[in-house]
Design a protein around this ligand. Structure first.
Ligand SMILES: [Ca+2]
Length: 598
């Protein structure tokens, strides 16, 4: 996979550079070019941008388009992403050399209306646009309306998308990105344009010192906030402050929030931090900072940090984007566009990408580590247990996947396994860990399984400990191939705490029920599945807003029971009133009214 990817990028680049000059040159000041993010246009014919997430969008009638661009004097090439006609999955990331160079961004298109979008992926130097070029007879046309919302992000290396495209925390320039980081993903879900003022190593204080700069390291020019009147401001900084006294970190948050309120008087401002790594994480007390503001247009949210690395890969970012989007939908009523393949890290007890089919467009797979020797995702439509792909581990190699967990919860892992030879062995481990990263698991259970050469289903159940010194924060599933073994793995699912099938005859028709009803404080939701498949069970309020996700994942045929504790996505108790449980499971869907009386 790696070799094919590299070869295709090189082929693309060869086609990009050195193409003939187009006949029509479009000046960057053309009013039909739409600029988003943070730009310096003091010379409108040579606008430049430093911060990531800045982009241009051009719509044109014609068969192709080229651009003259350069990375300026940083000494290293910047990386840009090029998207033609909104085709995200086939977009290309290109390095931009220091001097002005002409790139063919699209060619050989049908002679109709097209759209090109170029996004700055790295914060290495300036991206300067010198000109656009079209073929004779082609023309740029007025742009479509801008997205409905604007979001300004301020953060550190994780938000800057460091090692986004690696599962092993490699932060090479070519592995960074913004558009498939959570700033980009959440903005697309919410129909927003964004700017991403984020930098590696930033603390709350240092990003405060840089938040109004057009270019990192230079006080001139200063950004004019009226050029991007953000509806929402997201601050994701503080991970680099861990270890400092909490009252000092709080002081820094307050100083930053004071200035953000001045520069964004009407915006909803939120702190968004990772809940993990360490007990000194700001996520543990940002709710106190927001409470101290007494500003009804401020909020906070946290996302679980259950991967053991400094930065999230694409799959993790998809999960962070989902939580942020849900928060803004819940807080501001913003609607969401359908989410695509990037559904994020394990949520509600599901094992992200357990069938190994669902691949984020640029290499995030959910399971780590695909790039280790002996670990591969095998494309084999005829041989995979389900779909086109399965995971293969060979002699001693391992892969793992983290998921949220709490004290006393029971998880059942169900998966399909096959050996290269009869008797090949695999160790399947389910462990439970606290919130402190890089520490010994609180509890570890391993089963050694001897395989045959045919696909067979296996299951394993483990219960998280209760009363450990620190509470259980997450669980991790690990597969390790035995010495000399070849192990194929597919269709991995993990039932969340109460998702274990109830005994009894298998149902022949789908059914959803909820009891007791009315309820307080929790309600039992039972669903019967006449066939195996993907299940989505959500709770909505009377205005149709999603309040909580009860479960989301692959289920076998059977009767299942889940409890809703009357809390929303953020663990907050919802008020008395009418709510609806809605299940979608293949052809079966049903809605049940539930009345909460506090
Ligand atoms: Ca599969």
């Amino acid at each position: 996979m790696k070799f094919i990817l590299v070869a295709s990028i090189l082929g693309f680049l060869a086609a990009l550079v050195g193409s003939p000059q187009a006949a029509i040159s479009i000046d960057p000041s053309d009013p039909n070019i739409l600029y988003t993010g943070r730009w310096d246009s003091s010379n409108p014919s040579q606008p430049w941008s430093y911060w990531i997430g800045s982009s241009i969008i051009v719509e044109f009638e014609g068969v192709g388009i080229e651009a003259s661009m350069g990375a300026g004097d940083s000494g290293r090439p910047d990386y840009l992403r090029v998207i033609v006609d909104d085709d995200l999955a086939n977009s290309m990331k290109i390095p931009v050399p220091l001097t002005a160079t002409t790139f063919t961004l699209a060619s050989g298109l049908t002679d109709t209306a097209h759209k090109i979008e170029i996004i700055k992926e790295t914060d290495i130097g300036r991206w300067t646009l010198y000109s656009l070029g079209l073929n004779d007879g082609d023309s740029v046309v007025p742009p479509s309306p801008r997205p409905a919302h604007k979001i300004a992000f301020f953060g550190d290396s994780n938000l800057a998308g460091y090692s986004l495209e690696s599962e092993q925390n490699e932060s090479g320039d070519e592995l960074r990105g913004s558009h498939f980081g959570y700033a980009g993903v959440a903005s697309r879900i919410l129909d927003a344009e964004y700017q991403n003022i984020s930098r590696s190593g930033a603390t709350v204080s240092s990003i405060h010192g840089e938040y109004d700069l057009v270019e990192y390291g230079s006080d001139t020019p200063i950004w004019d906030f009226s050029q991007f009147p953000a509806d929402v401001v997201v601050v994701n900084a503080g991970a680099n402050d861990v270890g400092r006294p909490i009252h000092k970190i709080k002081e820094d948050y307050h100083a930053f929030l004071d200035d953000l309120r001045t520069t964004h008087p009407g915006a909803h401002i939120m702190l968004y931090n990772s809940w993990g790594w360490s007990y000194g994480e700001p996520a543990n007390f940002i709710h106190e900072v927001i409470a101290e503001r007494n500003d009804s247009n401020m909020s906070w949210a946290v996302f679980p940090w259950i991967f053991e690395q400094w930065h999230g890969c694409e799959y993790d970012h998809a999960g962070m984007a989902g939580i942020l989007a849900d928060h803004l939908t819940s807080t501001l009523g913003w609607s969401q566009k359908p989410r695509d393949v990037m559904s994020g890290f394990g949520k509600n007890g599901n094992v992200a990408n357990g069938s190994f089919e669902e691949v984020a467009p640029f290499g995030g797979y959910g399971w780590r580590y695909y790039t280790d020797p002996g670990v591969s995702r095998v494309y084999d439509p005829a041989g995979a247990h389900g779909g086109d792909f399965h995971l293969r581990l060979s002699s001693g190699a391992s892969s793992h996947q983290p998921n949220p967990a709490s004290d006393g919860e029971t998880f059942t892992l169900v998966l399909w396994l096959r050996g290269g030879q009869n008797g090949d062995e695999v160790d399947v481990t389910m462990d439970f860990r606290d919130q402190e990263m890089w520490t010994t698991p609180l509890q570890t259970e391993t089963e050694a399984i001897s395989l045959t050469t045919g696909w067979e289903q296996y299951s394993m159940t483990a219960t998280a400990p209760v009363g450990a010194a620190n509470p259980v924060f997450h669980t991790r599933v690990t597969f390790t191939a035995g010495e000399g073994a070849i192990v194929d793995i597919d269709d991995v699912g993990m039932s969340s705490p109460t998702g274990i099938p109830v005994s009894g005859p298998l149902p022949t028709v789908g059914r959803l029920s909820a009891s007791p009803n009315p309820f307080n404080p929790s309600i039992n939701i039972e669903f019967r599945l006449p066939e195996a498949g993907f299940v989505l069970l959500n709770v909505y309020d009377v205005s149709g807003r999603r309040v909580a996700t009860i479960t989301e994942g692959h289920y076998q045929k059977g009767i299942f029971s889940k409890r809703w504790n009357g809390r929303n996505f953020y663990g907050q108790e919802v008020g008395s009133g009418t709510y609806f449980a809605r299940i979608e499971a293949g052809k079966f869907s049903e809605t049940r009214k539930m009345v909460l009386i506090r």
